[in-house]
Write a protein that binds this ligand. Structure first.
Ligand SMILES: Nc1ncnc2c1ncn2[C@@H]1O[C@H](COP(=O)(O)OP(=O)(O)OP(=O)(O)O)[C@@H](O)[C@H]1O
Ligand SMILES: [Mg+2]
Length: 286
């Protein structure tokens, strides 16, 4: 027991490398449907299971999915926070392994296109998470809407998910291009999903990295890979996370590796400005 507590406290210390007291990681993609939400939910659960205090914010504010994958039915969502009816801490739910879930609303178009003031208000509230969590994972919508861009740019680092198909790869390049225009020191990693093996993942990553290096003069990292696995779809249908339903499935095992590597101190230097400060600053620009 003592050993587990020591391990948890070490992990917390390792993760707390940002000026917020918690590290923010945005999980995003250029193309839709590449597995962001599935991976964000299961990664959050595995990291929480490893002893880290993790919150998962559903940043797909028009078409929320995190609650669906966890089989949750939230009464209050980010919409109530934006409208000033609830505090962020009042809408948070507790999922398996103690994962904090910050749910979004579904089918509310205004939430997908928040005005500057709404974005600033919402993200300003994240200050309330200080002391409560070590890591904030943000599952974003696909694409380059101001909502999405401001979330990614304000985070300490971005994980761009792609699959090894030309359309997804070109869209991953496109979103990194847009992001790098706003932030030359973008801290981005590529997560290859639905691959057949590590060699395919590394091969595709290498090509993408070369193009990004050549045209954008930017270095991206290889965050990891998750194998294509029919268990992922089966778990979605049961509204249960695949890492819980099928802990020994191919996809779960790949994600375990990723959860462990993300628990190590960030490869990136801490960001000098806290998340909400950056967010408010950026919200005004986009
Ligand atoms: N490793 C995998 N193996 C097999 N299927 C997968 C894998 N990862 C995700 N999927 C499937 O891909 C589909 C899309 O997943 P998901 O909804 O997580 O993507 P998304 O990027 O969040 O989509 P959106 O852009 O619409 O938010 C789902 O049907 C899911 O089951
Ligand atoms: Mg999604």
């Amino acid at each position: 027991m003592r050993q587990v507590q020591d391990q948890a406290s070490k992990l917390r210390h390792a993760a707390a490398t940002t000026t917020n007291g918690f590290r923010t990681i945005a999980i995003t993609s250029g193309k839709g449907g590449v597995g962001k939400t599935s991976l964000a939910v299961n990664l959050g659960l595995l990291m929480a299971g490893n002893g880290q205090r993790v919150a998962l914010l559903d940043g797909d504010m028009g078409l929320a999915n995190v609650d669906v994958l966890l089989g949750m039915t939230p009464k209050f969502t980010l919409r109530h926070v934006v409208e000033g009816q609830k505090e962020l801490t009042e809408i948070m739910l507790r999922g398996p392994n103690g994962l904090y879930v910050i749910p979004a609303s579904r089918g509310v178009e205004a939430m997908a296109h928040l005005p500057v003031a709404g974005r600033a208000r919402l993200l300003g509230r994240l200050e309330q998470l200080e002391g409560l969590i070590d890591i904030l994972l943000i599952d974003t919508a696909a694409g380059i809407s101001p909502n999405v861009l401001s979330l990614i740019l304000a985070a300490d680092e971005a994980i761009v998910v792609t699959v090894p198909e030309p359309t997804a790869i070109t869209d991953a390049y496109a979103i990194i291009k847009v992001l790098s225009r706003h932030r030359a020191d973008l801290r981005a990693g590529i997560l290859m999903n639905m691959v057949e093996g590590v060699s395919q993942a590394e091969e595709v990553f290498d090509q993408l990295r070369r193009i990004i290096r050549h045209f954008l003069k930017l270095e991206v990292r290889f965050t990891g890979h998750v194998l294509r696995d029919e268990c992922v779809g089966r778990a979605v249908c049961e509204q249960k996370p695949f890492s819980v339903c099928f802990p020994y499935a191919r996809a779960s095992r790949s994600l375990h590796e990723l959860a462990k590597s993300l628990a190590a101190p960030s490869q990136f230097a801490p960001h000098p400005e806290p998340f909400w400060g950056r967010m408010i600053h950026l919200a005004a620009q986009l």
